[in-house]
Design a protein around this ligand. Structure first.
Ligand SMILES: Nc1ncnc2c1ncn2[C@@H]1O[C@H](COP(=O)(O)OP(=O)(O)OP(=O)(O)O)[C@@H](O)[C@H]1O
Length: 361
């Protein structure tokens, strides 16, 4: 769907993209990076709207440098910022965009009605856009990207400005764009947690450089975490602490306790399982301390955890209640907000310290 080779974009004072090489196939792909990472710049180059300084890029097999018009015929684009005309209705606006894309009048009206229904705009589609909520405006932006039945849509921060419920609804819509219509999606976000729930593949960029590109399951399964809980004993009144110290001394890697704030979370240690020997190490260490083993179970990583460094391990300062448990993702929407806010900041620095991921960057 999208291929870039050593793609760079330099502005006078900043390198927005730095020798970025990507290969993105069909499906829903997340492009994640902190603010200023270069996501919007990449999208504008892919649409043929902004020339690259160096390197090449192709979308649907078409060269962005020479085939911008042909690319935009087959690709939908939802811009990050609100650029909607306030005085016209959603129907008028989306019909206009459909006509601009080359649809004849009747087809444009029919496609507009279908698309607005798909994004969940009904009677309100006849009211002026100026009176819409942020969520409704985002839906209009999504509809105009879909109306000409593209093969691929590029969605730039579609959840921006939405509350947690609105974000979940938008993410659901994005998933259905692919499952119901077979349209591939490249969606940007600075929130890792969102992409984990929505995308089959995730590309991480920072400072215009590729940090990692892999399937979401690879992100979350490259290492297994063991959740270990032990009892206290007379010798070790804080059994968890004693085990943490003993395991660290034995060379085990412990992850941030992302469950802090959840009931009983302080008693759970997350130990990276390098292999069978980690199970043995935990068992022997627990036995050696003379504390009771309440549980030792495998956990999948969530994306945000993959980006955490060992430095955070012992501090136990994570306030990010949603990152480690399924409960955190499926219950209260507040947990999402906490999770994503936490995930939005530190992870990128952490990745750089680690020297990148499996793509060797
Ligand atoms: N037209 C421009 N002129 C100069 N610098 C620019 C221009 N467009 C983008 N930049 C710079 O390039 C870098 C990447 O910007 P870009 O908008 O692509 O990031 P982003 O990942 O989309 O972040 P955000 O989500 O905040 O928009 C930033 O440092 C930005 O200031």
């Amino acid at each position: 769907m999208i291929a870039t080779e050593s793609l760079s974009k330099r502005f006078p004072r900043v390198t927005a993209l730095d020798r970025l090489s990507l290969d993105i196939g069909p499906g829903v792909t997340g492009l994640v990076g902190a603010n200023g990472a270069g996501k919007s710049t990449l999208i504008k180059i892919l649409l043929g709207l902004s020339p690259a300084t160096e390197g090449t890029a192709a979308v649907l097999g078409l060269d962005v440098a020479t085939s911008g018009g042909a690319i935009r015929e087959q690709v939908g684009y939802m811009p990050e910022h609100d650029a909607l005309p306030p005085d016209v209705s959603a129907t008028e606006f989306v019909v206009h965009m459909a006509r601009m894309s080359g649809l004849p009048p009747t087809a444009a009206r029919e496609r507009t009605a279908d698309t607005l229904r798909h994004v969940g705009l009904y009677e309100e589609r006849y009211r002026p856009i100026g009176g819409y909520s942020t969520g409704m405006k985002q839906r209009v932006k999504l509809a105009q990207a879909l109306v000409h039945d593209p093969k691929l849509v590029l969605l730039d921060e579609p959840t921006n400005g939405l509350d947690p419920v609105g974000r979940d609804e938008m993410l659901g819509l994005i998933r259905r764009v692919h499952t119901d219509f077979g349209i591939s999606v490249l969606v940007t976000s600075h929130l890792l947690g969102e992409l984990e729930r929505t995308c089959g593949h995730v590309v991480v960029i920072d400072g215009g450089k590729l940090l990692r590109s892999s399937s979401t399951s690879d992100f979350t399964q490259t290492t297994t975490t063991l959740a270990v809980e032990v009892t206290d004993s007379d010798t070790h009144p804080d059994g968890t602490r004693a085990l943490r110290e003993a395991l660290t001394a034995a060379g085990a890697t412990l992850h941030a306790r992302g469950e802090d704030g959840l009931p009983g979370a302080g008693h759970i240690l997350l130990v990276e399982a390098a292999g069978e020997e980690t199970y043995d190490l935990v068992r022997d260490t627990v036995a050696g301390l003379g504390v009771g083993l309440v549980r030792m179970e495998q956990r999948r990583h969530r994306i945000a955890e993959v980006f955490r460094t060992g430095a955070e391990t012992d501090a136990g300062t994570s306030t990010d209640a949603g990152t480690s448990t399924d409960a955190g993702t499926s219950t209260g929407t507040g947990a999402h907000a906490a999770s994503d806010a936490g995930a939005a900041h530190e992870p990128f620095a952490a990745v750089q310290q680690k020297g990148g991921g499996r793509d060797g960057v």
